[in-house]
Design a protein around this ligand. Structure first.
Ligand code: ZN
Ligand code: FE
Length: 256
């Protein structure tokens, strides 16, 4: 089994799509399809031809390029079965029990509802990488639009349970903004301080802050740290359940 190359493709204001390419077979996929022109340009630059479009959730900033890309390359469109009626051109709906792969690399579908009710995360166990769409961001998480806080916390917990060295590709470059909120919640966290310095340096030189890793996010992302005594004390919620800590953090971030 060959290596899977990854290319981050910035789209729209702050979205990322990711090209996946296996050189031996030439098989190529894109995770989310924000903008067809950007994705086509990234493919053309490398002489790659798109076979698969793989969608995390139905929002327009992740699907606007699907129709054009599908028509241009005849690519198959994979996405959550639960959002089949909201993802135009879907050819294969998936759930947690669907077995899929790319160029022989297995892909686990993890159902991560909350941001939208059908949102899925794609985990490539043999490649130690996962695509979390708008569920987990670096130092933050997506807004809970369609589900409820308990559901979203459950979804984040599934992602947090992946191996620590898993590379995490998120749907947006929100890290610097998220860093400000994280520092207001747990300023004494030294791992967070170090990550914020790294993020500031990366952004100052125009570089992406992604992918991140599960280990980094568990050490720094307040939304994955409801067990932190410092966070609980700051919120005045020492005895609360983890999802209730999450709910309060999400509420505070929405107002920030
Ligand atoms: Zn979204
Ligand atoms: Fe989005």
């Amino acid at each position: 089994m060959g290596v899977l190359n990854t290319v981050l493709v910035p789209c729209l204001t702050d979205n990322y799509c990711v090209l996946l390419h296996e050189p031996d077979s030439g098989e190529t996929a894109v995770i989310d399809a924000s903008s067809a022109p950007n994705i086509k340009a990234a493919l053309n630059e490398r002489g790659w031809r798109l076979n698969h479009i793989i969608i995390t959730h139905h929002h327009t900033d992740h699907t606007a390029g699907v129709a054009d890309l599908k028509a241009s390359y005849g690519a198959a469109v994979t996405g959550p079965e639960a959002e089949a009626d909201r993802i135009p051109g879907l050819t294969r709906g998936v759930t947690a029990s669907t077995k899929i792969s790319l160029a022989g690399h297995p892909i686990n579908v993890i159902e991560t509802p909350g941001h939208t009710l059908g949102h899925v995360t794609y985990h490539f166990p043999d490649d130690a990488m996962a695509f979390t769409g708008d569920t987990l961001f670096s130092l933050g998480c997506g807004r809970v639009f369609e589900g409820d806080p308990q559901m979203m916390w459950n979804s984040l917990s599934k992602i947090a349970a992946l191996p620590g060295d898993t590379s995490i590709f998120c749907g947006h470059e929100y890290t610097l903004n998220n860093a400000r909120f994280a520092m207001s919640i747990e300023p004494e966290n030294e791992a967070l301080q170090a990550r914020v310095a790294e993020v500031e340096a990366l952004r100052a030189s125009g570089k992406p802050t992604l992918p991140t890793t599960i280990d980094v996010e568990k050490a720094t992302n307040p939304f994955l740290r409801p067990q932190s005594h410092a966070i609980r004390a700051r919120l005045g919620l020492e005895g609360a359940l983890d999802w209730q800590i999450f709910e309060r953090l999400r509420h505070l971030k929405n107002k920030a």
